[in-house]
Design a protein around this ligand. Structure first.
Ligand code: GAP
Length: 460
């Protein structure tokens, strides 16, 4: 396996070469830290989102789906605290004028050998990491993207692109109670785009200015919070183990201590991942008490209380919020799946290097490749018909160009779990060869049995 320093470079290069992720606006010289998902990246992201939705929403009786607006009444951000507090501390180098987040500089300083943890540095003691120049005093920089509604660009028309999807769920809490007549506990879930004017985006798709979040607000009676928090921690573990199938040793469950949590949170766990560029937050879960609904009640003037039908108790529901960055999960899948290994060639006893993306099979962007051994019409027409039939149930790629060895290498690099090859014998015996991506074992299967064979392999 590559060492961690060059693993990111290899992933970024493969992502571009094979069409997972392209640098954004590339023909115009790009736009720093913006990325476009190519055909395979789009399919992979769709599969992650669909699996997330199935696991956390569709398969549960206590979840309600939602899809709310990106641009909301600015009062929403006053109530949520984003207008006042959603900022990072920015410092600028007085010499080279590069800008940094002060918390990132302090974190980097504390990781240096010989750092005295008993006497932590303040930002005034840190120098510019690029040119050693002196830094300005830190100042708060709000991360929300501002825009204007309508034709006048003045403060009365100022609006913001949402920095998180959560607010859309809180402001609809009353609507949902009215239309669904739900009883606690229940959750509201959505997946959507979010925008943050990050001071220092970077590390490929890890930190960008537009990204997707899948999150839910799980409304509870406060007396149940500890038990519900544990339940969701367990479900999150199941998600990473069973659905995303990551090496659990690469996850770090970081209990945020008292004094470091947001003032309204009674418990927060950051789920971190051992990225090649350090152990960083992958996603999180927080017990947000009744902070959000109380704030929206105060600012909107609407009654957001809930009445327990059995006890007649009237209270503002509390919330447990698991939140997942979709792009970070995709990055984790790319990192976990990337393998370099020696594979046997068609010559007895010889091997060659292969790169193979061992995605969990149910998440692979292409599930089956149909590869006729010859472009001759009599074979390709049968292969095309087979591919068309398989497309009704699987994501299929048809490829008849280049040698079969090269086609296998390409399918390995894009992580296709099964390659189906047709040869001239297939026309006689009505059988195809199915090659398994991971074991490279080949099996001869009757065409009439192929769909069921593949369905079984995908656990359907
Ligand atoms: N409603 C809670 C909330 O938004 P957050 O920790 O600020 O929490 C949720 O964001 C998740 O979104 C993070 O855990 C991370 O996975 C992802 N995320 C945050 N900022 C991001 C960025 N700039 N680029 C990519 N993903 C990001």
């Amino acid at each position: 396996m590559p060492d961690s320093n060059d693993k990111m470079d290899k992933i970024i290069s493969l992502a571009k070469r094979r069409g997972f992720v392209f640098p954004g606006s590339e023909i115009y010289g790009g736009l720093a830290n913006s990325w476009d998902y190519g055909p395979l990246g789009h399919m992979l992201k769709q599969n992650i989102k669909a699996a997330w939705w199935k696991f956390f929403v569709q398969e549960r009786a206590d979840m309600v789906p939602l899809d709310t607006a990106i641009i909301m009444n600015p009062k929403v951000w006053e109530a949520s605290g984003h207008l006042q507090n959603f900022s990072d501390e920015l410092v600028e180098c007085k010499k080279c004028h590069h800008r940094f987040r002060s918390d990132h500089l302090l974190e980097a300083a504390s990781a240096k050998p010989g750092y005295d943890k008993e006497n932590p540095k303040t930002i005034s003691e840190v120098k510019c990491p690029d040119c050693e120049g002196p830094l300005t005093d830190p100042k708060a920089f709000n991360l929300m993207f501002k825009t204007f509604l309508g034709v006048n660009e003045d403060t009365s028309t100022t609006a913001y692109l949402r920095p998180e999807t959560a607010a859309g769920m809180f402001v609809n809490f009353k609507n949902i109670l009215n239309v669904t007549r739900r009883r606690l506990p229940f959750g509201l879930a959505q997946i959507g785009k979010n925008f943050r004017n990050e001071i220092t985006p970077g590390n490929f798709i890890f930190r960008t200015r537009e990204f997707e979040i899948g999150e839910f607000e799980y409304f509870i009676n406060p007396k149940d919070w500890e038990k519900v928090f544990e339940m969701w921690l367990g479900e999150i573990k199941r998600w990473w183990q069973d659905v995303m199938q990551v090496n659990m040793d690469n996850l770090v469950w970081h209990e945020i201590p008292d004094g470091e949590r947001a003032h309204y949170s009674k418990r927060t766990v950051d789920i971190e991942y051992k990225f090649p560029f350090g152990v960083k937050e992958l996603h999180g879960i927080a017990y947000r008490t009744d902070f959000d609904l109380s704030r929206h009640e105060t600012v909107s003037g609407q009654d957001l209380h809930y009445t327990d039908q059995e006890t007649n108790e009237k209270f503002i529901p509390h919330v447990i919020e698991p939140t997942f960055g979709i792009d970070r999960m995709l990055l984790v899948l790319l990192l976990e799946s990337y393998h370099e290994e020696e594979a046997p060639t068609s010559t007895e006893g010889e091997t060659e290097a292969r790169i193979v993306m061992k995605f969990p099979k149910h998440l692979a962007p292409v599930q089956v490749a149909v590869l006729p051994l010859s472009k001759k019409e009599e074979l390709s027409s049968v292969a095309k018909d087979l591919a068309a039939d398989l497309r009704k149930d699987f994501a299929v790629e048809y490829d008849e160009t280049q040698s079969i060895g090269k086609r296998y290498r390409r399918q390995d690099e894009i992580g296709t779990p099964y390659c189906v090859t047709l040869d001239f014998d297939s026309l006689e015996d009505k059988k195809v060869t199915v090659r398994d991506r991971d074991t490279m074992v080949q099996e001869r299967i009757n065409i009439t049995d192929l769909k069921n064979y593949l369905k079984e392999k995908f656990g359907r």
